[in-house]
Design a protein around this ligand. Structure first.
Ligand SMILES: Cc1cc2nc3c(=O)[nH]c(=O)nc-3n(C[C@H](O)[C@H](O)[C@H](O)COP(=O)(O)OP(=O)(O)OC[C@H]3O[C@@H](n4cnc5c(N)ncnc54)[C@H](O)[C@@H]3O)c2cc1C
Length: 390
């Protein structure tokens, strides 16, 4: 039997899990391409900014030594020739490719946002923000735009470090239950965060933010956290993507444009029913993409994805947080664990993520995931709805 070459593009949670899991196959050679020589634990980037934890780990801790790490960027994918071209100009061939390029910040076209804000989606952005904050006096006004998980977490982290934070959001913690939203708002306020819930930002200036109602807030640094967008590599390589740039796949995570290309993590959109961009989804999707490749190599029928959610968990500084259990389809349950116990659960989950990556690196094949048995029904229903609407 000849050796099969698999290239994994992107060394985040999904790519690392996929690369390690692929080693359970026979005669599989795995290369992982990533622009940085170290693994970025993105779920701790707000902590890197606040100074409470690092967010970088050596790949040696999370990647099995049999995976070849290529520190470079994939500039284009030629699906016909089954090659990728790297930033250095080198071409590499593959039998299968797993597309796991993750996500980056989204600007949503608010005037001044690109020029005058500090996004918080990537390592270099977090480092730039930390440097900027270090130049400012402690009482300099900081504005956080966006009240999703990242906006809540960075607001809590900075307020606990005694920064003067205003959080502007259309709706705080939309992923939480009403009860969860209330307790998160109260945790933020108790740290001194000024919460403008139900507000919009119309324009960002160098040292100010103008709201939709005309109010002008002085802002020495404006942090932008209104959501994630995905890199355009798939689209520029001629592969079918959704409007957000995620690679469109079937339920086995195989690209609808090419059977040798699969996707996982934030950059995947299975059946136009994408999972919430999260580490929680990226890890099982990485494992499942690898399992699909291994099934194809072994002439077995690949399984449909069935990974689901079990919770949303947010820190509000180091001593407060919320653990919000969800149904497998990601809708919030009615109960939650707020306060110090919530913070403890969140920290335990972050540690468990790191531990899980290490376990799969040392013993490929060990990691399991949460199952969502109702996903198949929802996808069938969504397709039926689309057909009816058409
Ligand atoms: C501050 C913050 C806190 C978060 N907290 C949580 C949380 O508590 N829970 C949760 O579930 N999620 C959380 N998330 C979201 C989570 O981090 C992402 O959903 C997750 O990282 C997605 O994993 P991924 O493997 O798809 O992509 P990523 O982790 O983004 O990894 C993608 C990798 O691909 C690389 N890459 C990109 N383009 C190329 C290319 N052309 N060639 C080669 N490599 C490329 C990138 O540099 C990166 O290393 C948080 C995010 C942030 C920013």
């Amino acid at each position: 039997m000849s050796t099969s070459r698999v290239i994994v593009v992107g060394g985040g949670y999904a790519g690392v899990m996929a690369a390690n899991r692929l080693l359970t196959g026979k005669d599989v050679e795995v290369a992982l391409v990533n622009p940085r020589p170290t693994f970025v634990d993105r779920i701790r980037l707000h902590q890197l900014v606040g100074g409470s934890a690092p967010a970088v780990r050596p790949y040696a801790e999370v990647l099995n030594e049999r995976v070849r790490l290529v520190v470079d960027t994939v500039e284009s994918i030629d699906a016909g020739a089954r090659t990728v071209t790297l930033g250095t100009g080198v071409e590499q061939g593959y039998d299968y490719l797993i597309y796991a390029v993750g996500s980056r910040s989204a600007h949503l076209g608010v005037p001044g946002a690109s020029e005058h804000t500090f996004p918080l989606a990537e390592l270099e952005q977090a480092e730039r923000l930390r440097t900027r904050l270090a130049e400012l006096p402690m009482d300099a006004p900081v504005t956080v735009v966006g009240g999703g998980p990242t906006g809540i977490e960075i607001s809590g982290e900075l307020a606990e470090a005694e920064r003067r934070v205003t959080l502007v959001t259309g709706r705080l913690g939309a992923v939480l239950s009403e009860r969860g939203r209330r307790s998160t708002a109260s945790a933020l306020r108790s740290l001194g965060v000024t919460l403008l819930d139900g507000a919009t930002v119309a324009e960002v200036e160098e040292r100010a933010v103008r709201l939709g109602d005309g109010t002008r807030l002085s802002s020495a640094v404006t942090i932008w956290t209104t959501g994630f967008a995905t890199p355009d590599l798939a689209a520029t390589s001629g592969l079918a993507t959704d409007a957000a740039g995620r690679l469109l796949t079937d339920e086995t995570l195989t690209s609808i444009s090419d059977p040798r290309i699969l996707a996982a993590g934030d950059a995947a959109d299975p059946s136009a029913q994408p999972l919430r961009m999260s580490c929680q989804a990226a890890i099982p999707l990485g494992l499942q993409a690898a399992e699909t490749v291994l099934s194809r190599l072994a002439d077995r029928r690949p399984r449909a994805i069935d990974s689901g959610f079990n919770a949303v968990c947010l820190s509000v500084g180091r001593t407060r947080g919320i653990f919000q259990p969800t149904h497998a389809d990601d809708s919030a349950r009615s109960w939650d664990v707020p306060g110090r116990p919530g913070a403890w659960v969140k920290e335990s989950i972050c540690r468990a993520v790191a531990w899980g990556l290490t376990v799969e690196a040392r013993h490929p094949g060990r990691m399991m995931w949460t199952h969502d048995r109702s996903r198949a029904d929802r996808v069938v229903q969504a397709r039926a709805d689309q057909t009816e609407a058409a």
